[in-house]
Ligand binder design. Structure first.
Ligand SMILES: [Zn+2]
Length: 375
């Protein structure tokens, strides 16, 4: 095939992709809308939508209102033509979500399932996933795959979980896990998955840092629609950033890591293990909770300020703590502001938008994106 042909094919594909994404984003559009908004000729737009219709990806839904002349056909994406499952594995639970091609969360379930590093565990999880899909009423041929979020460093080149302190895993091949599932599996680090969910619906174009404050602390850099992975797939692992030299013991074996001060358990330990309850106690002004929050935010502010100094971007607080902190975000910002050398008045710390099952959702969305990008 000569170079010119390849180039033409690439352009056609890029246009088709752009049109499909535009239709998904807008909901209902016409060929003239596409032609105008995406700056392509009407015959090109019409040809592309014809192809997408033949592939079963979009459909006609009547006609659009017109201010004069012929009414244009209304076109919409067939949003449930393909779906993806997200599975978030944590030490004591699994979370499952089902999402469609535009990223709507169709079903969600959190199940108690203590992690054990053996075949029985994965068999159990796979059975629960099948049951979850059966209850959703979907059919297997629609499922593109399972996005699996796991608190681990994942080497995508070697297809290996290099290690997970949280789950006690080391050098586990991804295929040894995916063989238990009847769908293609895509693995993601949990903080990366949370960041991806946040980024999927993000309207802005600026990069951001996602700080995941859950059972463990992690983070991810989202930039240009993608996650930055790093040389060893450890970009954003701020849980092991030192915030107190010679300080508290971290589970990684070192002392003074952020994780030892800002994992969700540091707060929920003062509220029967329930992070949501912790913030209720804080709202009520219970002294134990107020004191705990004060020392928690001291360390969190150090980390946020350090991350911001390196990256100069917004920082989104996610995980259980980011999801429940609500109005208490202000306390974090006040301490960050005090530390900040450049006296930036515009708050650059925000709470996450996706508070329920963000990691499971992000992993599912990654599967959806892999499909959409090849349309
Ligand atoms: Zn550590």
């Amino acid at each position: 095939m000569d170079k010119k042909k390849i180039t033409n094919m690439e352009v056609k594909r890029k246009n088709r992709n752009e049109v499909f994404r535009y239709i998904c984003k807008r909901g209902t559009v016409s060929n003239p809308d596409i032609s105008y908004e995406l700056k392509m000729s009407l015959p090109t737009a019409t040809q592309i939508t014809k192809e997408l219709m033949e592939q079963g990806l979009i459909e006609e839904k009547g006609e659009l209102q017109s201010t004069g002349g012929r009414r244009a056909k209304a076109l919409s994406a067939v949003i449930n033509v393909k779906q993806a499952v997200g599975l978030d594995i944590t030490k004591n639970h699994i979370t499952l979500v089902l999402t469609n091609i535009v990223g709507e969360m169709l079903k969600y379930e959190r199940i108690s399932q203590p992690f054990t590093p053996d075949d029985d565990y994965y068999r159990n999880v796979s059975e629960k996933l099948e049951l979850f899909l059966e209850e959703s009423g979907t059919s297997g041929d629609r499922i593109l795959g399972v996005g699996i979020s796991i608190p681990a460093i994942i080497d995508l080149d070697r297809e290996l979980i290099t290690y997970s302190h949280a789950l006690g895993l080391e050098a586990v091949s991804l295929t040894s896990l995916s063989r238990f599932f009847s769908y293609p599996c895509f693995f993601m680090n949990d903080a990366n998955a949370g960041a991806y969910a946040e980024g999927f619906y993000y309207e802005g174009t600026e990069p951001f840092f996602y700080l995941s404050l859950s059972n463990t602390v992690g983070g991810a850099v989202f930039s240009g629609g993608e996650l930055i992975q790093g040389k060893n797939f450890r970009c954003g692992e701020v849980g092991h950033m030192t915030v107190a030299a010679g300080g508290e013991q971290c589970y990684c074996g070192k002392k003074g890591c952020l994780d030892a001060y800002c994992a969700a358990g540091c707060l929920s330990g003062a509220a029967d293990g329930n992070p949501e309850r912790f913030f209720e106690l804080l709202d009520q002004g219970v002294e134990k909770a107020v004191k705990k929050w004060d020392s928690y935010t001291d360390h969190l502010a150090i980390a946020v300020n350090n991350i911001h100094m390196v990256l100069d971007c917004d920082i989104i607080l996610g995980g259980y703590v980011g999801s429940y902190m609500g109005r208490h975000l202000r306390d974090v910002w006040e301490k960050v502001y005090e530390r900040n050398t450049f006296e930036e008045r515009e708050p650059f710390v925000r709470a996450c938008n996706y508070k329920t099952a963000a990691a499971a959702l992000g992993a599912a969305l990654k599967v959806i994106e892999a499909f959409v990008s090849q349309i």
